[in-house]
Design a protein around this ligand. Structure first.
Ligand code: GTP
Ligand code: MG
Ligand code: ZN
Length: 287
């Protein structure tokens, strides 16, 4: 019987099928063939022995958070607690582009925002790059109506640091989820990793994955990844130098786009500072 893995804990998987939910392990031989199994995997489940017999080819596979077959990533950042960071959004967007997955951006905790022009700048920057941007308060429900629309009929994965309100957002859009919510820690500058595993929750014809928060260092990005997959940099192969990093090289197609206003200045400034702090791929083992 065909099903999809919706959660996994210590080698036991929960599988959703047409006949409802089942729990089981994977056949030993599967491990040798596929390595580990992921939430999101479509599998052949044997309901007599309660084992997963086979795994279908994956449409996509993310390492962070570990999940397969998603249609979109919904990036979640809070306006404060932890502080909104352009650098972090651009890292997530680059990572999503590398994995060929579409994205939207949701900014939570806007109830704690006193300067609305900052929100306008966020929206303007990301929407110029074609990324739909939403502002919400999970406490009052403000802005959630629009966000619910993006989840319909899709398999979506929430992505964001600990404490930004991923689980809170899920509770706010569907009161039956009852996801555990953690406290923001001022000392750590983030949450305390309340959500520890990836779980797919059914939502209006699709699924939403609640996921553990992770640090941007875990994304494993290098200078060249940024130069190719940074949002708005699709024309990188039109630069004069094939290894152009779009910094001070001549005849750079990306800098031309910045000059024409097609790539927002804020995006390019963020690119430069991120690029400056990343290692080139061929030096990743030095240090
Ligand atoms: N003021 C305000 N607080 C919020 C909002 N959303 C979430 N919070 C608070 O933020 C804290 C962290 O929320 P969580 O939902 O646990 O965050 P998370 O992203 O799931 O964190 P991890 O599971 O650790 O990755 C809790 O104290 C929430 O009450 C919001 O829109 N406004
Ligand atoms: Mg959580
Ligand atoms: Zn260039």
């Amino acid at each position: 019987m065909r099903g999809q893995i919706i959660s996994s804990s210590c080698g036991v998987f929960k599988i959703l099928t047409d006949k409802g939910e089942f729990e089981g392990k994977a056949r030993g031989a599967l491990k040798n063939k596929f390595g580990r199994l992921f939430v999101g995997d479509f599998v052949e489940f044997n309901e007599i022995d309660n084992v997963i017999e086979n795994v279908e080819e994956r449409k996509s596979l993310l390492k962070r958070p570990p999940i397969s077959n998603i249609d979109q990533i919904v990036i979640i950042l809070s306006y404060v607690k932890p502080e909104f960071s352009y650098e972090l959004v651009f890292k997530y967007l680059t990572y999503a582009n590398m994995n060929n997955v579409r994205t939207s951006l949701v900014v939570t905790k806007v109830d704690l925002c006193e300067n609305k022009t900052n929100l306008d700048e966020i929206k303007e920057t990301f929407e110029t790059l074609g990324i739909n941007t939403y502002f919400v308060c999970n406490k009052t429900g403000d802005g959630l109506k629009e966000v619910k629309e993006i989840f319909k009929d899709k398999i979506s994965c929430l992505m964001g640091q600990s404490g930004v309100g991923k689980s809170s957002l899920l509770n706010a859009i569907n009161g039956t989820y009852k996801r555990n919510v953690g406290e923001y820690s001022k000392a750590l500058g983030r949450g305390k990793h309340e959500t520890k595993e990836v779980v797919l929750l059914p939502f209006e014809g699709g699924y939403i994955a609640d996921t553990p928060g992770f640090s941007s260092l875990e994304l494993d990005l290098y200078k060249e990844d940024l130069a190719h997959y940074f949002p708005g940099f699709e024309d990188y192969n039109k630069c004069f130098f094939s290894n152009c990093l779009h910094v001070s090289e001549k005849k750079c197609a990306i800098k031309d786009k910045v000059d024409l206003g097609l790539i927002p200045k804020k995006a390019y400034e963020t690119y430069l500072s991120l690029s400056n702090n990343l290692l080139p791929r061929n030096q990743r083992f030095s240090k």
